[in-house]
Design a protein around this ligand. Structure first.
Ligand code: IVH
Length: 705
């Protein structure tokens, strides 16, 4: 892209640049909306859109039929049904300065021929993804993403799993489409990423991507396991007006049971709007969720009606965006950190710089491809520019998320700057670091001989959903790992701590800095208490790649005891034959997890010897195997439509406890469909396939209440 000012572009240059911009914006849209993996920052994206609009304003005749100005978001992803929105889902025009907000107010009053001041609502602009919920006769019948504004994706089953979204409304208009934003809180986002990396699954770049990735799952049970939330702030088709004002309509949605944003206020003009903007901006860091600006809307709905729409934005609203949290600084070095599963993560060491009020001296560089200027498919990012030590780089922060390096200034690159060579050996243990085909991550092959992996695994071992040993957290693990007197190098060492301390007459733990009689005794007691551990927790604690909490639970329920699990792994160790097939046939355990399990616990490996030593010191509590004598044991059940006597999550949990498998869609493998009111295509599919369909009452009778 040239950086020539728009005023001096020739017509030919403008035409060529509009074509390039259309392509770049379309690619960014696809990366963001369809792949949930943005490749450029919001600020860069906004800059592209603004330049495109500026060129079009100067050369209106050159505006392309596929102009990005007329488009909202992305095209529909494959895999979901399509939903044509009865009322289009629009985007918002952006303002970046107080002057632009004042101009907005002027434009509105001029359009209406309104002399006096006008009332506007002001509310946070939630950084999530928009969703339209259709209720008919008070029953949620459909949920759709925005898509391109005209046609979205049908994510009804997924939306039903979100606690903030009521399944039923009392006293609502016969037809009501509620619109709002699905988002994830900072705390939930951090916990989700922690779980994802514990299982070797992909982590998300920010809460918005996590929310989008979680909502757009083909398997609704995955969405159900993700902590999504929803704020209602608008509506689509309604059979009767909600109110005469924006504020009244939001209050009505709140009465109907929706979460509405508590920072929504009424303002009597630009001054009050800007004051509220500053108030919200000041609270931004402590809200607990990401927002990227403030939205102002004309309060009087009759006036909104008169103002109407432009091609893709309403005339009666504007988004006042926060300035991007960006800064340029020098890249002093690139360090490689090694994680629990051996992943080598490059970290930028920066000359400290303030970004959005926070001093930043480290930022993530993702992986070696990112440094080299390529995405995971080998396509150029940042125009193919690589990142070198000594470069001036642009750093950005989105909410609470780890800062990132977004761009590099080639004009300031020193002539002797060398491309960064990503190590192919682990910097911590010297073992080879390999990249599997299709994986953008390079991993250390050192296993437990790698101290970095060993420490991270120990931290995972004691973490909350694993052994959860009080007084033994990440900090203490770091301390004990390098301790000359009471070293803890493996999980088994934790359970010999007290014994080793007792045997050492001179340097007792209780006499050390940071410990005393009471705290040392407490720590030993907490460790002692965890010698009895449930099988599923033990499996999870081992931190085997691809074996997260869900898989650990499945394995525990399937095998019941540690001995049975180990026996099955030993029998399947060659990854072929009937025992291997039996292992991979366990519901929810695919080839990838089974292979990881066999690799990690192979009977001949030193790691297995370590695990055996550990288990020898524990009492592993068996987990009750799934019932096999219930009438639905082994059956595949699909729930569809509205359940009236229990939530879907509850229905699923009960069915699974009775040994049934709950699937999200009907196929030839389905044994039974439980259909409530509003059941749609799934019930039809079942009919077509000749599968038994029963209602909720019959289901309850079948499972005995
Ligand atoms: S009103 C017709 N209010 O921002 C106007 N949008 O950039 C409909 N958004 O597509 C939108 N918070 O996804 C509105 N308080 C809020 C919002 C909000 C976030 C999103 C929404 C919209 C996008 C436009």
């Amino acid at each position: 892209m040239t950086d020539k000012p728009v005023e001096v572009l020739t017509e030919a240059e403008a035409r060529a640049e509009l074509a390039r911009l259309a392509q770049a914006i379309a690619a960014a849209n696809t990366a963001y909306h369809t792949l949930d993996a943005p490749e450029i920052s919001d600020a860069e994206y906004d800059a592209l859109k603004r330049r495109n609009a500026a060129i079009e304003a100067r050369f209106p005749a050159l505006k392309r039929p596929d102009s990005p100005t007329d488009q909202v978001g992305a095209t529909v992803a494959e895999g979901f049904g399509k939903v044509a929105h009865r009322v289009r889902m629009l985007s918002l025009e952006n303002a970046f300065t107080p002057e632009e907000v004042a101009e907005f107010d002027d434009r509105v009053r001029k359009f209406l021929g309104h002399r006096g001041a006008l009332d506007y609502t002001a509310e946070p602009k939630i950084d999530g993804l928009s969703l339209s919920l259709r209720y008919e006769d008070g029953v949620l019948v459909q949920a759709a993403t925005r898509g391109d504004g005209e046609v979205g994706e049908n994510v009804t089953e997924n939306a039903r799993t979100i606690a903030d979204i009521p399944q039923r409304l009392t006293g609502a208009p016969v037809v009501l489409e509620v619109r709002g934003e699905v988002y994830m809180s900072h705390a939930d986002f951090a916990a989700l990423n922690e779980r994802q990396s514990a299982t070797g699954d992909r982590t998300f770049a920010n809460p918005r991507n996590a929310a989008a990735g979680s909502l757009r799952q083909l398997d609704a049970s995955i969405t159900a396991s993700r902590p999504l939330r929803f704020f209602a702030y608008a509506w689509g088709e309604v059979s009767a007006p909600l109110s005469t004002t924006q504020l009244g309509a939001i209050a009505r949605l709140n009465e109907l049971g929706f979460q509405t944003n508590p920072l929504t206020v009424l303002c009597d003009g630009p001054e009050a709007m800007l004051a509220h903007y500053r108030r919200i901006e000041a609270q931004r860091a402590t809200l607990g969720y990401d927002i990227d600006g403030v939205v102002y809307k004309v309060n009087d709905l009759a006036l909104q009606q008169r103002l109407g729409f432009r091609s893709s934005t309403p005339r009666w609203a504007i988004a006042h965006k926060f300035p991007a949290e960006l800064a340029w600084t020098e890249l002093l070095g690139i360090d490689i950190q090694v994680g629990r599963t051996g992943a080598l993560s490059p970290v930028a060491r920066l000359r400290p710089v303030t970004v959005g009020g926070v001093v930043v001296s480290n930022a993530t560089l993702h992986n070696e491809d990112y440094i080299a200027g390529r995405d995971s498919r080998g396509q150029p990012i940042r125009g193919g520019k690589d990142i070198r030590v000594g470069d001036w780089v642009q750093v950005y922060r989105a909410g609470d998320v780890i800062p990132k390096v977004a761009d590099v200034d080639l004009a300031r690159r020193k002539s002797d700057a060398q491309p960064f060579v990503f190590p192919d050996v682990c910097p911590e243990c010297g073992s080879p670091a390999h990249r599997e085909p299709g994986d953008s991550v390079r991993r250390c092959t050192g296993g437990l001989i790698c101290p970095a992996q060993a420490v991270e695994r120990l931290k995972h071992f004691v973490s909350r959903n694993a052994f959860d040993i009080e007084g033994l957290g990440a900090k203490q693990i770091e301390m004990f790992f390098n301790d000359p007197i009471l070293p803890v190098r493996s999980p088994a060492d934790i359970f010999t701590l007290a014994e080793r301390d007792a045997a050492n007459p001179l340097q007792k733990l209780r006499n050390r800095d940071g410990f005393g009689e009471v705290s040392a005794a407490k720590l030993f007691a907490a460790i002692e208490a965890r010698r009895r551990i449930r099988l599923d927790r033990l499996i999870f604690a081992l931190g085997i790649r691809h074996i997260g909490e869900t898989s650990s639970g499945l394995l525990a329920r399937h095998f019941g005891t540690w001995e049975a699990l180990v026996q099955a792994i030993d029998a399947a160790r060659d990854c072929s034959g009937p025992d291997w097939e039996a292992l991979t046939a366990i519901d929810g355990i695919g080839e990838v997890s089974a292979r990881a399990l066999v690799d990690a616990l192979h009977p001949d490996s030193p790691e297995r010897a370590e695990v055996d030593r550990l288990v020898g010191m524990l009492t592993v509590l068996p987990v009750a195997a799934a019932a096999t004598d219930s009438p639905v044991a082994g059956k595949t059940v699909v729930f569809t439509g509205t359940l009236e006597r229990m939530t879907r999550a509850e229905a699923k949990a009960r069915a699974e406890a009775l040994g049934a498998k709950v699937a999200g869609s009907v196929s030839a493998k389905t044994d039974l469909v439980v259909a409530g009111p509003g059941a749609g295509s799934k019930a039809k599919d079942a009919e077509r396939l000749g599968i038994e369909i029963i209602d909720e009452d019959a289901w309850l009778r079948l499972i005995g209440g």
